[in-house]
Design a protein. Structure first.
Length: 244
């Protein structure tokens, strides 16, 4: 598909497509044995650069907050984010391409048995600073206290070191980090569905945002997203339905 020249220019002011990649969410991205970024978001970035007829440039971050900042400051041209109204002040989001779960983790002997029991006085919930679930829980929790770890990867250790009652995060990240330790359990179900989308700065314009949205819908419909998830061994995440 040929993309209009003005839209290509809107996405590539440096002549390359700078894609902001967040390593803080293992569903979307990680590193291979050589240390290079890999994952479904990397695959999508490269495919979109190919669509524009330019070379991709991966701009890699360890946290969602830093990744968002790079796009809103025009230090990157596109990014991969959980949809959130606060972030939407500076970013045009596409429809989601992947749905993942936000879950709570507690110690085995915790009295907490359900997600609904978490929001009560005296409960401290550790979250990754600037993550999608941080933004969500900071709005939604009325009596529990939100405690910030410096990144999503640091949530479990901060939870253990601080003696907090609950850790919150992406289900796959919590499961991976908790597995070697024992004595921990996830509460049943989920406290939120995290809708992962692509996005660009609002300064890039409505036409550019529409082109990015078309790309995402085509990648879902063609099976590209499902194939990428399978290729990278991602379980527990689903391709978002069309048009959502």
């Amino acid at each position: 598909m040929t993309v209009a020249t003005d839209i290509v220019r809107a996405f590539t002011p440096t002549g390359r497509l700078r894609a902001s990649i967040n390593l803080g969410n293992p569903v979307l991205a990680g590193r291979d044995a050589a240390g290079a970024a890999k994952g479904v978001s990397v695959d999508l970035a490269r495919r979109f650069a190919q669509r524009l007829g330019v070379e991709p440039e991966l701009v890699v971050f360890d946290t969602a907050g830093a990744s968002v900042d790079a796009v809103t400051r025009d230090e990157a041209d596109i990014g991969f984010f959980a949809i959130d109204p606060k972030r939407g002040e500076g970013i045009h989001f596409t429809p989601p391409y992947v749905l993942i779960e936000g879950c709570y983790l507690v110690r085995q002997d915790s009295p907490l048995q359900s997600n609904e029991e978490v929001d009560r006085p005296g409960t401290r919930v550790v979250v990754g600073q600037g993550s999608a679930y941080d933004l969500y829980l900071s709005r939604e929790l009325k009596t529990a206290q939100v405690v910030h770890a410096p990144s999503s990867q640091a949530v479990l250790q901060h939870f253990l070191d601080s003696g907090a009652e609950v850790a919150a995060g992406v289900k796959q990240q919590l499961e991976k980090d908790a597995a070697p330790l024992g004595g921990l359990r996830l509460l049943p179900g989920r406290f939120m569905v995290i809708r992962q989308a692509m996005g660009c700065a609002r300064s890039r314009g409505e036409a550019a945002a529409a082109e990015l949205a078309r790309f995402v819908e085509e990648m879902k419909a063609s099976g590209f997203v499902a194939e990428a998830l399978a290729r990278h061994g991602i379980q527990g995440a689903s391709v978002a339905p069309p048009g959502t």
